[in-house]
Ligand binder design. Structure first.
Ligand code: GUN
Length: 295
């Protein structure tokens, strides 16, 4: 039987509706959660993501500012902007869209964000809190969204063997940390594979829950999936397709048509993890506003 589809659009929409109640309650207390999104340069994919983040804030009733800087912005200029946003009372969350142009040191920029406003969860203080299971830390939006997909489709992580393919700071590493935490959506036995893992298919075939974020189109084939596994595909890759009007189509890091014959449940691309990422950014912005009010 082909796998059940895990619908990120539906789960994301339901979660945004739930969040609406909390946003309304905060607004009654005179707090409108505010997000600043900074885009440096003209990376096409980043422009699309930043636009989607602004639109999601509008729809949720959050205050937002999108600040676009030219591709030759200096590190000092970005730092000065971050300092201003750190002290701006209308702004509870700050997000610097990655990647940054090469004249800017990414870590130095991310470390300059006030950790209480670091809704991406990339500041070492939040990385540490998430690793230690401290719920006041911000969980990076993509793995946080994956965890919610698992929770809300009733996938039991406790005692399950979760295999994460990819070790990026944005997805793989924080994903492993969340699955290891004690509590709902955690308590898994976690294996992390990456580009240097020997015999990667031997690991993926042991996964009850297989989470793939390696950035290689259709890397995981059907024979790499254990029958009955839950497959979460974080990849978004453009591949040439002359039959499409745009000349390309989107595929994940998993060969969907093969994997869905073997798995018990699977996320599609698009419409799986993608819509959850922006939803969780909204959640983190609301968390930041709530924590700022109680500091
Ligand atoms: N670029 C790709 N993914 C992300 C993300 O989650 N946050 C930011 N800031 N940039 C990204």
């Amino acid at each position: 039987m082909p796998a059940k589809l895990i619908d990120g659009n539906a789960i994301g929409a339901a979660m945004r509706a739930e969040l609406g109640t909390e946003i309304a309650a905060l607004k009654k207390k005179g707090i409108t959660p505010g997000l600043a999104v900074i885009l440096v340069g003209d990376n096409t994919a980043s422009q699309v993501y930043v636009r989607m983040k602004g639109k999601a804030c509008d729809e949720a009733g959050l205050y937002h500012e999108t600040i676009k800087l030219s591709k030759d912005t200096s590190e000092a200029e970005l730092m000065a902007l971050l300092e201003r946003l750190n002290t701006n009372p209308q702004i509870h969350g700050i997000l610097v869209q990655l990647p940054l142009p090469k004249q800017i040191d990414t870590n130095r920029a991310l470390h300059r964000i006030d950790p209480r406003k670091d809704v991406d969860g990339f500041h070492p203080e939040n990385v540490g809190k998430v690793a230690a299971g401290d719920a006041t830390g911000f969980r990076p939006a993509t793995p946080y969204g994956v965890q919610q997909l698992l929770l809300r489709t009733g996938v039991e992580t406790k005692g399950a063997h979760a295999v994460v393919v990819g070790r990026s700071n944005i997805v793989g590493r924080p994903m492993a940390a969340l699955l290891l935490q004690d509590g709902p959506g955690g308590n898994a036995t976690v294996t992390v594979c990456h580009s240097r893992t020997r015999g990667i298919d031997q690991h993926t075939r042991l996964a009850d829950i297989l989470i793939v974020a390696i950035g290689k189109p259709e890397f995981v084939t059907g024979d790499m999936v254990k029958p009955g596994a839950v497959v979460i595909d974080v990849g978004v890759n453009r591949v040439d397709d002359p039959s499409k009007k745009q000349g390309y189509r989107l595929v994940g890091d998993v060969k969907f048509q093969e994997a869905k014959q073997v798995a018990s449940a699977i996320t599609p691309v698009p419409g799986g993890v993608g819509p959850m990422t922006i939803t969780m950014l909204l959640y983190n912005t609301v968390q930041a506003a709530r924590q700022w009010a109680h500091r």
